[in-house]
Structure formats: C-alpha cells, structure tokens
Write a protein that binds this ligand. Structure first.
Ligand code: PAF
Length: 285
C-alpha cells in the first residue's frame, strides 16, 4: 500500500492509472477507522480496480467550539486496517497542502444543507462540500462511497456530483451497527461506559418510529412524539432534532404517503450522535 501526502503526487498516480483504463474508487474519511469504514472499504473494493482511502481531519467542517483538536488520529491503526483490506493508496494530505495560503474558494449546496445538521452546525456542510470537491479533483475517482449514517451528507454529495457534472458514481451502503443497534461512528469512543449503555436507546426510538409507520400511523408529529417518548425515558439523552423528511430533498413531511427518512441527532453529555431510518408505506393490496 502506498502512502501519498501531496495532492499533485496523488493526481499523478490517478492520471497514470486512468490512462491505463483502471477504475479508481475513493472512500473519503477523517480516519479513526472502525468496522463501519471497513464495510465501506470492502464494498468499494468490489466496485473498482484501484482503491484510494483518504485520511484527512478537515478543519473547515468543525466550528471553533467543536472537537477538532481532540478528534482521534490513530494513524498507524488506520493504515493497518487499510492494508488489511487491500487498499492501494492512503492519501494523507496535511492541512497546509489542502488549504495553502491564499485559499478562498468555498463550495456550498445551500438547499440540501439548510436544515438538520446544517442548522445545528452552520458552517459544517460548506466545509464538507469544499473538501470533498477538492478530494474528487485530486483523486479523480470513477466511484466513491459514503456511509448512510450521515444521510444528509450523502444527499449533499449526490447533489454536488450532479450539479457539477462530476461523472462520479456515488454508492451509499447501509449503516453498520454494533450488536445492540448503535450506529458505528468514530465519535462513539468519547462515550463513557455509562453513556455507551444508554446510547442504543436512540436506535430503539427510530425503530419505534418505523413500527409506527408500518402499523398505519401517517402523521409525522404523532410518530415523532412516540420516538421522543422513548428517548425521554433515558435521562442522560436529549434530542437535538428528530425529523421525518423526504429522502431526496430532506424537506420535512407532515404526513408520510410513500417513502420517508427519519433523521435524528441526540446528545448524551457532550457527545452528539447521528442516526436515521428509512421508512416506507406498504401499498394496499
Ligand atoms: O464523513 C466524514 O468522515 C467527513 O465528513 C468527510 C466526508 C471525510 C469529509 O471530511
């Protein structure tokens, strides 16, 4: 496995392979890789001949009060995971290479970014859209994979690829979960053992939401109330947002008529957890 740090060296490697007709896949990450990333990397391996995993803790998607400085950076472990999964290149630029002096271009996808995570973390998605656009320009992949846990992020990347005619195939595999249902995330390591035991309540609430839809409830507010009731039973957990939305536009729905996604973020202490659940109304026979 090659480790490439400089953007121009990364592009040179990709250009050579592209000329040889090799299909390139990219899994963008911020490192602290877990089994959720491993599943993405395995899925990516099946979609391309040459696989690049980028590891870059992107400063522009953190606001000043967030966890940039303490974000985990276990680079040796991350490389070992990549090596074990047959990754061809770990692209590990530093902040100076990605944002050299004078850098000023910002990519925004304003409508997809306006609600939910975008409202809770105002500059987050501009940082994500900008760095992902840069990663796409540097690595020049044919295919890229993003996890479904960050549903709004994946929707934003889908829009970005379409709007900018990037011609990259986006694959969004299902969220990988711990056996008790907690969605895997690099930030789960911040949970104390006590908080970790409480955390699956979030997934249970989403399951209650899905069951409500499956048993005929259509009114979003009532479904939301059922989920809030479950979360309310866990004293350490508070809701940041819970929303039932159109899966394409992410606009809130007052009633579920067909497909919808339940998006949510909760806090346990200072840890913020994200998760979501697709729901669908079954057609009447
Ligand atoms: O999901 C992440 O880890 C990050 O937001 C991403 C896509 C790697 C951009 O920094």
């Amino acid at each position: 496995m090659k480790i490439i740090r400089l953007p121009h060296a990364m592009s040179r490697w990709s250009d050579r392979l592209r000329r040889e007709g090799v299909t390139i896949g990219l899994v963008p990450t911020m490192g602290a890789l877990h089994d959720g990333h491993r599943a993405l990397i395995k899925a990516a391996r099946l979609q391309c001949d040459a696989l690049v995993v980028s590891i870059f803790v992107n400063p522009t998607q953190f606001s000043p009060n967030e966890d940039l400085s303490r974000y985990p950076r276990p680079i040796a472990k991350d490389r070992a995971l990549c090596r074990g999964e047959g990754v061809d290149v770990c692209f590990e630029p530093d902040a100076g290479a990605m944002y050299p002096e004078g850098f000023q271009t910002i990519v925004t996808v304003p409508v997809v970014a306006q609600h939910w995570e975008g409202a809770s973390r105002p500059h987050h998605f501009a940082g994500v859209a900008t760095v992902v656009t840069k990663l796409f320009s540097i690595v020049r992949p044919h295919v890229t994979l993003f996890g479904q846990k960050d549903f709004q992020q994946a929707a934003l990347i889908r829009r970005l690829i379409r709007d900018l005619n990037l011609g990259i195939d986006l694959i969004v595999p299902d969220t990988i979960r711990e056996p008790d249902g907690l969605a895997m995330s690099s930030r789960n390591i911040y949970l104390t053992p006590f908080q970790r035991r409480a955390a699956p309540t979030f997934h249970q609430a989403l399951l209650i939401g899905r069951t409500a839809v499956e048993t005929g409830l259509r009114d979003s507010r009532s479904i939301e109330q059922r989920m809030r009731h479950v979360i309310g039973r866990e004293p350490t957990m508070s809701v940041d947002y819970l929303a039932i939305c159109d899966p394409e536009t992410l606009e809130p729905l007052t009633r579920i008529e067909r497909r919808a996604v339940i998006l949510g973020a909760v806090r346990i202490g200072s840890v913020r957890l994200l998760d979501n659940m697709m729901v669908a109304v079954k057609p009447r026979r």
